[in-house]
Structure formats: C-alpha cells, structure tokens
Ligand binder design. Structure first.
Ligand SMILES: Cc1cc2nc3c(=O)[nH]c(=O)nc-3n(C[C@H](O)[C@H](O)[C@H](O)COP(=O)(O)O)c2cc1C
Length: 319
C-alpha cells in the first residue's frame, strides 16, 4: 500500500513515522534503526556533551544507514548555547533539523541559505502559525497526553491537530499518545500527514540507553500511571508517577521555589532513573500511551506491525 504524504515526500522516507527527540536516549543506534525501518530517526543534539561528540554521533548514524535522519534541538531546556552544535549539524549536512522548547528564530537565522528540512515541534495553534511564518517545512504538534515537555494549555492531540491543520498550510505531524496502527490512522484522519512518537520508541530493543527497569515500567504501567510535573515553573512535563514525582508535586503544591525543586528535576535525577534504573531515586519522562505498550519489539517489528494494523483498518474502511 502507498504511504505517500507531503511528509514522506518532504523527508524522503517510506512511512510517515518520525521518532521524536528523546533527551539522553536518542543516539545513533535508535536513530539508524528507525530510518532503516522506513521512518525518520533522530539524534538529540543537546544530550551530547560537546559539538565534537555530536559530530561523532552523526557519523555513526551515517555508517548505520543510508536513509535520511534528523538532529533534534530542544533549546529551552539547556543553559548551554546550541550554536556550535548546530554548526556541526550544518557541516555534516544532516538532512533534517527539528527544534522545540523555545523561540526557534535564532535557529532559522543560523540555517539561512542551508539546504535542510526544518521541523518545529509545537504544543499550541499560535506556535504552529509562528513556526510557519518563520519558514518551517512542517510542524509537529504534541498534545497533552504526550511524554516529556508539553504545552501550557492542556489540549489533547485529538483537538489540537485538526485546529493546527486548519491554521497552517504546511504539513502537520501529529504527536502525543500514538503507539500503534490505530493511532497512525486516527492521526491521518485528523488531517495530519505523519506522526511522531516518543514513549513508544523507548520500549524497543534499539533504545539501548534506556535501562531495562524503565522499559519494564513502560510495559507494566497503564494510562493512569503518569503525572505532570514542573507546572509551577511554567514548563509542564509528563513523567512516570513514582515516589520521586510525588515529592516534586508536594513541593510544587506548597509553592516551592526553583531552588527547592532543582535537584529533583535535574538531568542527573533523570539519568539516575533512565540509565541506572533507580526507579524511586529519580524520574523518567513518559506519555499516557504507556497504557498501550505491552512489549519491547525491535524498531523494525514495531513499524511493520503498525503498518500492518493500519492497512487492515484501511481495508476494512474500503469495504
Ligand atoms: C523521555 C522523553 C524525552 C524527550 N525529549 C525530547 C527532546 O529532547 N526533544 C524533543 O523535541 N522532544 C522530546 N520529547 C518529546 C517527544 O519527542 C515527543 O514529542 C513525545 O514523546 C510525543 O508523545 P508520546 O510520548 O505520547 O509519543 C521527549 C519525550 C520523552 C518521552
């Protein structure tokens, strides 16, 4: 069956499926596996300690796949400057740059005259319109059920996506709460021309940086096992509920300051859970879609299964 959309044409991929930026988890092995399976894999630039390490990681992806891939920049969540990292991505001629988490204008400025596809991940209609004005080739729109950082308006994917489809003329990629072929078909029905998944890709064999305890929590947990933290800081983000996030929510409820919160929400606390498997001494991002995750397949098995499910739905509708 033909899966061609404006998103597959733009990114030169077989299936309209994109692996989202995944802080501290999206490196060459996962990115290449997604791109080899017919989607668009990405590495997350700012998880790497230096621009040289980003260059090395990009070169590893190129060794592992001949297909297009992306480099993701979550600019709001890091104190470091991204300009040197972006320069490396430009020099390495990566086909796709995605960005989120802050004002993308400086990235567009630096990419002027560079031949690269530019994707912006947004969480609100007004941000999508702004991204189109700046020159985005497509927008990814993440709803409230997603994992990691979210919008402040608490709008779910089902309402957000059609609104954005009506508001912009560039292609829209739906994100947040998608984990199987039904989600893919639903997104296309809403007018999206592709999907982005985050949480589902963590529970795969090639997400080698995620500790088994993290993957187990995704498989065993259900849709009610996530919470939104950091709301009091104006940066709501969805994580697996545990005693650590309970402490965070308690501090937030008592109007705690950033100083009181910072050790609880640090990258180190994140890494203790996701790398070391210390499931109550740190936190791990995940979306409500964890309720749909029942196994840890290879990326190729996952994409094949999703496409088969989606094609069965199409065949049923065609009757
Ligand atoms: C562990 C984790 C880390 C994330 N880190 C980033 C990131 O660095 N950059 C980014 O653009 N999005 C990041 N996201 C968001 C995802 O790319 C994606 O938009 C989101 O996971 C979609 O919702 P889903 O989890 O329901 O699939 C992260 C999500 C998760 C679960």
């Amino acid at each position: 069956m033909n899966w061609q959309t404006r998103v597959t044409d733009l990114l030169k991929i077989k299936y309209p499926i994109i692996q989202g930026g995944l802080a501290y988890l999206a490196y060459s092995k996962l990115a290449a596996a997604v791109s080899n399976a017919g989607g668009l894999g990405q590495i997350t630039a700012m998880s790497l300690k230096s621009p040289d390490l980003l260059r090395a990681e990009i070169r590893k992806v190129k060794q592992l796949t001949n297909n297009p891939f992306g480099v993701n920049f979550a600019i709001g969540q890091h104190n470091r400057s991204f300009a040197d990292f972006l320069q490396v991505a430009i020099e390495e001629k990566v086909p796709v740059i995605s960005m989120t988490g802050g004002n993308p204008a400086p990235i567009f400025e630096q990419l002027k005259g560079v031949s690269v596809k530019k994707l912006v991940l947004v969480a609100a209609r007004r941000q999508a319109v702004k991204a189109e004005e700046l020159g985005a080739d497509a927008v990814m729109v993440v709803g409230q059920e997603g994992g990691g950082h979210l919008g402040r308006d608490d709008i779910g994917t089902f309402v957000l996506v059609p609104q954005v489809v009506d508001a912009v003329s560039i292609p829209v990629i739906a994100s947040g709460g998608i984990g199987d072929g039904r989600g893919l078909m639903a997104a296309l029905s809403l007018g999206a021309e592709g999907i982005e998944m985050g949480t589902r890709f963590i529970a795969t064999k090639e997400c080698v940086h995620a500790n088994d305890a993290y993957k187990k929590a995704l498989v065993e947990g259900n849709e009610t096992d996530t919470v939104v933290i950091k709301r009091s800081l104006g940066a709501p983000a969805r994580a697996i509920a545990n005693s650590w996030t309970e402490k965070i929510l308690e501090i937030e409820k008592n109007n705690g300051t950033y100083e009181q919160l910072k050790d609880f929400i640090s990258g180190l606390a994140n890494q203790r859970y996701i790398y070391e498997g210390a499931v109550n001494e740190g936190f791990a991002w995940a979306g409500q879609v964890m309720g749909l995750i029942k196994d840890i397949p290879s990326v190729d098995e996952l994409l094949k299964r999703m496409i088969t499910e989606a094609e069965q739905i199409r065949a049923k509708w065609a009757k």
